[in-house]
Design a protein around this ligand. Sequence first.
Ligand SMILES: C[S@@+](CC[C@H](N)C(=O)[O-])C[C@H]1O[C@@H](n2cnc3c(N)ncnc32)[C@H](O)[C@@H]1O
Length: 226
Amino acid sequence: MSIDAELTEQTRKRYDRMAPIYDGSEAVMERFLYVPWRRLLWSGVEGPDVLEVGVGTGKNMPYYPHGVHVTAIDLSERMLSRARKRATSLGLDVDLRQMDAQALDFPSDRFDAIVASFVFCSVPDPVAGLRELGRVCKPEGEIRLLEHMRARDEVVGRLMDIVNPIAVRIQGANINRRTIDNIESAGLRIERVEDLSVQSIFRLIVARPCLTHNTVSQQAVQELDT
Ligand SMILES: C[S@@+](CC[C@H](N)C(=O)[O-])C[C@H]1O[C@@H](n2cnc3c(N)ncnc32)[C@H](O)[C@@H]1O
């Protein structure tokens, strides 16, 4: 599947522009909602080799578990430069790289865990990005996502559809993505979904990569043996 280069470039430029005001614009939500959710997101992460996708300005860094090595990527160089400063001020050794989640420059089965917060609302092709997460995650690894998405309730969902173009213009993120459907379309196995807010708009999702051919054939052999 080909990536929409124009839309990806638009997204990169939008976050480059937003980088200086990003932390300030999120300050209230951060203080009252996101801090406990970020703790929850990172509390179950097991390394040693962890990938953070869409690291932004590095707001998850204070919650990185001790003893893991984090590689963190983002499309926007200006968001990344803020993340670099945050890593330095926290004394963290994070491998920060500019990269597109839709075409990750990592070998398959590379990471023990992959984490992202509020990212797949802005990745132009979320299914392509999520498929890439499944590819670079080890088969026994875990993918943990904190995302906002279209409300479960159809009336509220339709309202979100109407407001979405304005939201994208103002803050760069879609507010009506059907992220659970996207995760399934990407072939990931959802293990757990935790509703964090009213209307299930904010959710923590724990998923695993789909079974590799190898694992499938091993399972099939075991089933034949029993
Ligand atoms: C709403 S911000 C979230 C930042 C951070 N994860 C947080 O929790 O504050 C979305 C981030 O995803 C990044 N992003 C969007 N599309 C991307 C892509 N295709 N590949 C990598 N990063 C992307 C943006 O540049 C931005 O930094």
